[in-house]
Design a protein around this ligand. Sequence first.
Ligand code: 5GP
Length: 226
Amino acid sequence: MIKTKKKGLLIVLSGPSGVGKDTVSDAVLKENPNLWKSISMTTRSPRENEVEGKDYYFVSEEEFQKRIQEDKFLEYATFNHHFYGTPKDKVAEKLNEGKDVILVIEIQGALQIKERIKQALFIFLLPPSMDVLKKRLTKRNTDSAYAIDERFKTAYQEINELPKYHYVIVNDTVEAASKKLNAILISERCRVDRIEELYLDTIEEKVHEKLVDNKKLENSEIKIDL
Ligand code: 5GP
């Protein structure tokens, strides 16, 4: 009896580096075949375990600048001396197909999306404490001590932007955090403003229409015994 909007939801998941955004979003992706995670482009070098086209598209700074000039990014930002950006085309394509799209990005980029796309959903992932965040950053063993320190300092600035988001999730455990993210997605899909059309075609539904519409009820031939 309802037809929901054909266009998918755009979800932006942010939070400080090392908080576990990718782990939590990957857990949610496994349970949501209709959810698609955007693959970003970056000028930073690949880490040992990273795969081109799966984790990122790794490009030179020259290539990235060229794409900025060609207006190929939905948003882009610099994070600890490297460029990161969301390719525009694929996101638009997936949303138009009716897929929900999740962007796992830092805060400056998220705020650009907020300016451009009013109906996007903004979720912030917080660590249980700054101490835990520092430990997670160090344990990842993917960055130099200097880079870890930079990322940790940036985390404080990023957390200040929390009030600009719609939802906050504390990443105590991946299981609990992904359950919460899933619950948010389920609720968002039930929002009234996601309904494109409410249609009535059976007799019972037409009776209901008369019940909810006072004017129609006054002129109605249908008698309702209370
Ligand atoms: P990392 O170097 O740890 O992979 O990423 C550094 C930060 O950049 C993380 O907070 C990550 O979420 C963010 N990031 C990844 N891709 C993008 C993107 O396309 N745009 C923006 N603005 N940030 C991104």
